[in-house]
Design a protein around this ligand. Structure first.
Ligand SMILES: [Zn+2]
Length: 171
């Protein structure tokens, strides 16, 4: 739930939210330097999602889905930080079903996106929807988090382990 809240908050100051000021007036309120840094980081996200494919060879459109992908990456990261702060304050809970809090955090996010779609619906989604297909709403954010690698001992060379230099961090 925290990741969804973080996702929505991120939209307030992403590639679309930057176009409206605090009063809701259409106006770009970003400094040129911030814009330049955002564009560079966003390009990493575009390339990551462009590389994802469904139905063997149909690529996700990294530009079309950029704002939503950034919101997913930011939302999961913010929720994770919030969880760590809460655990620091209240102490770590016991493992449940043999899973540590960090593992349960990432599994919870993955569970939310379990889905099954007809090929036509999936194709339509990739061509028209600003949200990435469900599986990439999991793989995308988590493959940008070193905390995820640590939680499940994801090693260099494993499918979800990005090299450090290709990790996207927007906020
Ligand atoms: Zn969104």
């Amino acid at each position: 739930m925290g990741a969804f809240i973080g996702h929505e908050i991120s939209h307030e100051f992403d590639d679309q939210g930057k176009s409206f000021d605090a009063e809701g007036t259409m106006m770009n309120w970003w400094m040129p330097e911030d814009q330049r840094k955002f564009d560079a980081a966003a390009l990493t996200v575009v390339r990551q999602y462009d590389a994802y494919t469904v139905l063997d060879s149909v690529h996700v459109n990294g530009r079309l889905t950029l704002g939503e992908n950034i919101a997913d990456i930011a939302g999961v990261a913010a929720a994770y930080d919030a969880m760590r702060l809460a655990l620091k304050q209240h102490g770590p809970p016991e493992s449940i079903d043999g899973l540590l809090p960090d593992q349960r955090f990432f599994l919870a996010w993955a569970s939310v996106w379990r889905s099954k779609m007809q090929d036509d619906a999936l194709l339509n989604m990739v061509k028209t929807n600003t949200h990435s297909p469900p599986q990439f709403r999991v793989v995308g954010p988590l493959s940008n988090m070193k905390e995820f690698f640590a939680a499940f001992n994801v090693k260099p060379g494993d499918p979800m382990r990005r090299p450090d230099s290709l990790i996207a961090k927007i906020w």
